[in-house]
Every structure is written in C-alpha cells, then in structure tokens.
Ligand binder design. Sequence first.
Ligand SMILES: [Zn+2]
Length: 64
Amino acid sequence: MTPETTIISCACGVQYERQERAIAIKDIGLFECVECGARMEIWSGRVVPVFKRIKSDAAPKRSA
Ligand SMILES: [Zn+2]
C-alpha cells in the first residue's frame, strides 16, 4: 500500500506534499500555510491529510 502523494501550492509560493492517512478515531483539524497563514484545508473524519513542506533551493535565506 503506497499512500498517494499530491503536491499543493499556496498562493505565496510555498509547496507542500500532501498525503492522506487513516486514523483510528475521528479527528477535526485544519492546516494553515506556515509561511503566510492561509488556510489550506479543513478536515473532519478518520482520514486526515498530512502535509510536508517541500524545501525549495531557490528560496532566499532569511535570518530570523
Ligand atoms: Zn502561504
């Protein structure tokens, strides 16, 4: 069983890998872009998305 991975892009240019994962109990949650805070997805149920940011080599380095 290989989870299906899709690539989603935020309006700010950040990209995420998205996979779906089945869990034992119902969960409600939401995912917001870590960069700009835009709401990407809201879920409720026993299949929840998992997001992983894709690092872009082109992104300029910013010191915090
Ligand atoms: Zn964003």
